[in-house]
Design a protein around this ligand. Structure first.
Ligand code: HXC
Length: 513
């Protein structure tokens, strides 16, 4: 027994080191933690159980038989994060650059199968040079085996990818199919083809960082939902993200203990400016309504005209989708529609109720948007809300104009409770645009057309720029004092706690992708 343990100790050390302490030092010199340090930091102390530590590759081409490291460049296993079961794999860059061999892939697949069958989140800590070049198609097959399982597990268990080093070629498609991606700034990148290939094919000169670094994917492509300053920050954020999520699609997120108190929030009265054209930060509304410091924003730097993220209200985890008047007046465009739709669908998969805060002047006009498919992309958000069966609550703070009123979780597409502040304006379009169209002849014939337009604008605003017509029809359930918002929303989400709703029987819907 002692011998066995000794042997295991040695193997453990070998697997850990990937064949030499200098490799660990190299990893540290790049400002990166080792794969094992990352796993141990993520999981509760003493909770990690490793699976497949003694696995070695079977390749003998290119002299590979001489370097058969235990673990084959990936640590796989399970443990707990805040006492919840989690499956985790961590690629070890110190072993063949973390590249994915046939056996490396088998280890990840085994873990994915376990995670799926046992209904617990899967976290991938990616740090890899891609397909193991010496193994050819066997490693490509290994990637496809992983992709297939990503899709099978999608919507059943939360899957989260941390990119903590290189992630290139087809390897990027596994993270892309998981629910959330977080990239470490400066030390990670993702691209289908690297700078050299880009230069050959398009003659563009671009650095790896610029092409596929964390900030590029956070702000330009939206490929990553989150960024981290370093490995430690990345692991801490993974833990935070997990805290809002349930174990699987059959369970609900943990609700933290909360005793109701004075829930009146006067600060909410002063956020919306008197001038309807003046911007304000919707995050202030979120902060005023939700539990203190509970908002965890995702996709922060991408499509900033919509804000999405998780927060808690009276201890309950809620997904927030909010127009952002501080960016492009909160208009809906291609990117914000895609961003919102993806988030809504995630929350619906995992029983996370939705709070939608509305201040939207409509869809962004222009050739750029039309030619980029604002029709199909806007439809994604409409579709996502319409098919969501989780509790859905809307609060209109100011504008809700045109098609965007319908799209932003209106009563008509299945929202459960719809509130509006007295400052809400619910109409087909803004007073100026509407007056220019319907009073065109009258304005043209007037001795002072500009004065007439102003008069008509005021007439239109008086008739439509408020929430009371919508409330009269029951499209708004209640017009509320802003300071009462938190209290009203706590009550609404509590009332909706046991909501049961189902879509008609089908294989799956056909969202306009
Ligand atoms: C085998 C690899 C490897 C790979 C790196 N290594 N990538 N071994 N297969 N894919 C090894 C190196 O030989 C080296 O071994 C060690 O890992 C560290 O690599 P370095 O190059 O010294 O590190 P660094 O300078 O940091 O550069 C990292 C890197 C570079 C940028 C990732 O190694 C690189 O460009 N690798 C190839 C990337 C690639 O083209 N992969 C295939 C993508 S296509 P020693 O023994 O010297 O320490 C793909 C298809 C997937 O993945 C398709 C799925 C559908």
């Amino acid at each position: 027994m002692k011998e066995k343990l000794q042997k295991l100790g040695e193997l453990k050390r070998e697997a850990e080191m990937g064949g030499g302490a200098s490799r660990i030092e190299k990893q540290h010199a790049k400002g990166k933690l080792t794969a094992r340090e990352r796993v141990l930091l993520l999981l509760d102390p003493d909770s990690f159980e490793e699976i497949g530590q003694l696995v070695r590759h079977r390749s003998s081409d290119f002299g590979m038989e001489k370097t058969r490291f235990y673990g084959d460049g990936v640590i796989t296993g399970y443990g707990t994060v805040n006492n919840r079961l989690i499956y985790v794999f961590a690629q070890d860059f110190t072993v063949f650059g973390g590249s994915l061999s046939e056996t490396h892939a088998e280890k990840i697949c085994k873990l994915m199968d376990l995670a799926l069958k046992n209904g617990a989140p899967l976290i991938g800590l990616n740090d890899s040079g891609g397909a193991r070049i010496q193994e050819g198609v066997k490693s490509l097959g290994g990637y496809a085996d992983i992709f297939y399982r990503n899709v099978r597990a999608s919507g059943v268990i939360p899957q989260i990818s941390a990119i903590m080093g290189p992630c290139a070629g087809g390897a990027v498609y596994s993270p892309a199919m998981t629910d959330f991606t977080i990239m470490v700034e400066q030390s990670s990148y993702m691209f289908v083809t690297g700078p050299n290939v880009v230069k050959t094919v398009t003659n563009e000169e671009v650095s790896a960082e610029e092409l596929g670094g964390a900030m590029t994917h956070a702000s330009k492509s939206g490929v990553t939902h989150l960024t981290a300053q370093n490995d430690l920050d990345c692991i801490m954020q993974l833990k935070k993200l997990l805290s809002y999520l349930p174990q699987n699609c059959e369970s609900t997120p943990e609700t933290l203990a909360y005793d109701l108190g004075e829930e009146y929030r006067p600060v909410l009265k002063d956020i919306v400016p008197a001038n309807a054209n003046q911007p304000y930060d919707m995050r202030k509304v979120i902060a005023g309504i939700m539990d203190t410091d509970s908002f965890y924003e995702v996709h922060k730097s991408f499509a900033e005209n919509i804000v999405v993220g998780f927060a808690r209200i009276a201890g309950r985890s809620v997904g927030i989708v909010a127009n952002q008047p501080a960016s492009l007046a909160g208009v809906l465009d291609v990117d914000s529609s895609r961003k919102g739709a993806r988030f809504v669908r995630f929350c619906d998969c995992f029983n996370i109720p939705l709070l939608v805060l509305v201040d939207v002047p409509g869809f962004l006009p222009g050739t750029d948007q039309e030619w980029s498919g604002i029709i199909t992309n806007g439809a994604k958000l409409l579709y996502a809300f319409s098919e969501a069966v989780v509790p859905r609550v809307t609060l209109i703070t100011r504008k809700a104009y045109g098609g965007a009123y319908d799209v932003m979780n209106s009563k008509h597409i299945g929202a459960d409770m719809n509130f509006a502040w007295p400052s809400a304006e619910i109409a087909v379009m803004g007073a100026k645009g509407a007056s220019e169209i319907i009073f065109k002849k009258e304005i043209k014939a007037a001795s002072d057309p500009a004065k007439k337009l102003k008069e008509k604008e005021a007439e239109y605003a008086e008739k439509f720029a408020h929430p009371y017509l919508a409330a009269e029809r029951g499209f708004i359930d209640e017009v509320i004092d802003p300071a009462e918002s938190r209290r009203k929303l706590i009550k609404a989400f509590t009332m909706l706690k046991n909501k049961v709703d189902q879509l008609p029987r089908k294989k799956h819907g056909n969202i306009p992708l």
